[in-house]
Design a protein around this ligand. Sequence first.
Ligand code: ZN
Ligand code: ZN
Length: 344
Amino acid sequence: MRAVVYDVPGSFDVREVQMSHPGPGSVLVRMTMAGMCGTDLHLHDGQFLATFPLTPGHETVGVVEEIGGGSVDGQGHPLAVGQQVVINPNSSCGACAYCAEGHPWLCDDFAGIGSSTPGGFADYLVVPSRQVFDATGLDPDLAVFAEPSACIAHLMDRLQPLEGCAVVVLGAGPTGVLLTQFLRLHGAGGVVLADPNPAKLQTASDLCDIETVVVDRADVVGSFDAILAGRGGAFDVVIDATGRASVIQELPRLARNGGRIVYYGVADEADVITISPFEVFRRELTVMGSFTEVESFPDALAAFRAGAIRMDGVITHRFALERYGEALDSLRSDRSAHKIVIQG
Ligand SMILES: [Zn+2]
Ligand SMILES: [Zn+2]
């Protein structure tokens, strides 16, 4: 079988690798689609818990090919050969203090398929069956968003209550598009999505009842003033989905007193911003991060099956596995690329 393999950061090829077969409690999944996201660029550079040699690919859809003994899926249901599934890449140790207290996403030994163990930019993948979830009947073009949606479902848990909150999301990448829909699903009042790219904003507003604002990344302060102009006030919740330090630096401008600021986009590990402790104190701001999920796939899939989340038109680029390098180039620099997937 073929797989993308990095021996060291920054250097990969698509090569033949040994295919493995599932033991007890695991399943062999034939990959049908795997999404790329900004995390794959961080992994390329050796960041984000990357363990080498590395096969990335953490947003995966596939079909069950072989089932090891005693295997049940993440919801305790039996699996069948030929069944379409999605894979939760994230798992925790189950033994540390965080796991014991029911916060597995904080686990010290957090593991990720596609970062710390081999992922889905390959023809096949053997995974623990408990990390597999039924995706029968779902359009693969939606199912491929299960992992980013599960991470967002976890953020929604942390942001409750959201009813009536005014929320602004910076960044209309696929994550921003998903965020706006989950925010509306969870009762946010007005949702504003801001991005420099009008086409991405158009896609997002075609899918969900939101307000959009075109911003200029070269003038973040001026752009934020423009977002606030003509509004009754600033926002209850401000979510960065860009991971850009220049944007994150200015987020407090968009928050009303008592507001919450969420670092959701993945910043570079070396980035540093300045923040005024007096402003956080005086205005009672809450600054929080939200990283990942371990137990939120059922919530994400339920939202898909309820028809609450639509991603029609968000996948703009599809590459075969052997063209992974081109896919990575598009992810890095093609401004017309919205969601990029590896398929076939
Ligand atoms: Zn991702
Ligand atoms: Zn743990």
